[in-house]
Design a protein around this ligand. Structure first.
Ligand SMILES: *[C@@H]1O[C@H](CO)[C@@H](O)[C@H](O)[C@H]1NC(C)=O
Ligand SMILES: *[C@@H]1O[C@H](CO)[C@@H](O)[C@H](O)[C@H]1NC(C)=O
Ligand SMILES: *[C@@H]1O[C@H](CO)[C@@H](O)[C@H](O)[C@H]1NC(C)=O
Length: 191
């Protein structure tokens, strides 16, 4: 009788040890996964068109300057200035037209020889099936060029695995206030 007790104990211990091994195996650092398992069907190409409203002036600005360098005010390109924005995106150029999302992020003057911004922002969409999905943009914006191209570096929701580019074209610019309306055409591959 006395002999069976340690046997039972070792059986329990062994099975516990094995289950631990199996558990460890299912938590591997990396594994191969089929696209289907992740719900990814066919890759598609979408074109999005909207207007971006960057308002620095007035009582309710959507873009605010948060930092500058000592030389910013004497720099012809405002080198060193950093702005945070939460700008509405609309279907038409008029600010009152239907809102489809917001452009949230930062831009900074990163060129000493021309007006060249570094832009790091998310387009957070609220329209239709795109509500809750976002695109991430990281690019160079030479604001006085007719059309600027900014890479789409990723996305979320319907835009998972997104890649593509955005063309930005100034629709209107107030040289006094720097308020601007910019037309965006975004071409993006996603699933
Ligand atoms: C994943 O797939 C690659 C390429 O087919 C293969 O070389 C690799 O061994 C696979 N890895 C695992 C964990 O199955
Ligand atoms: C977008 O989704 C949010 C959260 O689910 C919801 O509150 C909002 O009404 C939706 N907006 C539109 C325009 O469908
Ligand atoms: C440009 O901005 C200035 C300063 O905010 C404002 O007084 C002026 O009315 C604006 N011009 C136009 C055409 O909106």
């Amino acid at each position: 009788m006395a002999k069976t007790i340690p046997n039972l104990t070792s059986t329990i211990f062994t099975s516990f040890f094995f289950s631990l091994l199996i558990a460890t195996k299912s938590q591997e650092f990396s594994r191969n996964l089929s696209q289907k398992k992740l719900g990814l069907k066919k890759e598609k190409l979408s074109h999005l068109h909207f207007y971006f409203h960057d308002t620095l002036s007035g009582k309710n600005p959507t873009a605010v300057r948060v930092a500058k360098a000592p030389i910013t005010k004497i720099s012809p390109t405002l080198f060193g200035v950093v702005v945070v924005m939460d700008d509405p995106l609309t279907l038409k150029p008029e600010p009152s037209s239907k809102q489809v999302g917001r452009a949230q992020g930062i831009y900074a003057s990163a060129s000493q020889t021309e007006f060249g911004l570094l832009m790091a922002m998310n387009f957070a969409f609220t329209e239709g099936k795109y509500n809750g999905s976002s695109l991430s943009i990281l690019g160079r914006n030479t604001v006085f060029s007719t059309v600027r191209e900014l890479p789409v570096v990723g996305g979320s929701g319907l835009f998972r695995f997104a890649r593509g580019y955005a063309h930005a074209k100034t629709h209107s610019l107030n040289f006094t206030s720097a308020d601007a309306v910019v037309e965006y055409n975004v071409y993006v591959f996603h699933y």
